[in-house]
Design a protein around this ligand. Sequence first.
Ligand code: OKP
Ligand code: MG
Ligand code: ZN
Length: 342
Amino acid sequence: MKAVYDKAHWQRHPKTELDGGQLVTPYESPERAEYVKSSVTESGIAQWLDPKDFGLAAITRTHDAAYIDFLTTCWQQWQDTGKAGEAIPAVWPGRRMQQVVPTDIDGQLGYYSFAAESSISDGTWEAAYASCQVALTAAEQVGHGEHAFGLCRPPGHHAAFDYFGGYCFINNAAVCAQYLLDQGDQKIAILDVDFHHGNGTQDIFYRRADVHFFSLHGDPLLVFPHFSGYENEIGAGPGEGANHNWVYGPGTTFAQWQVGLNEALQLIQAGGFDRLIISLGVDTFEHDPISFFKLTTDDYLSVGAAIASVQLPTLFLLEGGYAVEAIGVNVAKVLIGFEQQP
Ligand code: OKP
Ligand code: MG
Ligand code: ZN
């Protein structure tokens, strides 16, 4: 399959993540992408393409233009105030407060976010933009009927129409779904196998029937993003019935998780979709430091093979995975399992 990478991901190199009341080295590190690059290269299944530039217009088809403006100016605004650390939101509009966009940068950070772990620093916007162009370059191949892998960093599935969080700034999968519709597709399926609920992707398409969202994830009563991902979230208006969540508890094995995977794949198979987008997180891995599922490296071959069985042009986009030295191998296993399926 075709695969796309951009070294511009290195521009996302924050020093801080708010975790457990401390500022720690971020889990979402540049090394992650390099491990994936080398394992996928070693596997021999990828032909690497250089990223193209589809411009900002492809992004504002899916995201609020004012939010994108905020992302492009945030770090400069933050620096202009002379603050010492990286930009971290610390105030949000609570229930019954006004949804206004403050002029002050602290207020803007709260308005345009839903969580505080993802510091914004020098190069964050540039890397997020490049990550989305990697995704779009891979999506173009999938539009031509190929399968492709976008090695996206930072990830995207927590980024909503107008807010960031969970290490995500631009929703790469959502931007690609809209791009494929704009190229003539009628109906797209997005399957999110990352350990966390893809709240941003769900948000963007919640009231739409042209993009259906399927996500398997840790129970939000127990894990991030906590306020989204419950099984009663089925879509609304024209999108009612087009959103599907499967929730699992601590210790979930592949045998348990695959029940939901197969239900999702059956719905996708029967749904008349033109193309399939996979939000490919491998933080379902047994040794992931921030997650609680128990998938093994060999299980990822079966994940890839199961996805191949629906026989749709498929776009894989990297999301999470934080057991740094294992994520390359685990991602490669999914792609190998996919390619080996006859
Ligand atoms: C991003 B992706 C850990 C709390 C969780 C945010 C996790 C974001 C995951 N102290 N923090 O879905 O892999
Ligand atoms: Mg998920
Ligand atoms: Zn995740």
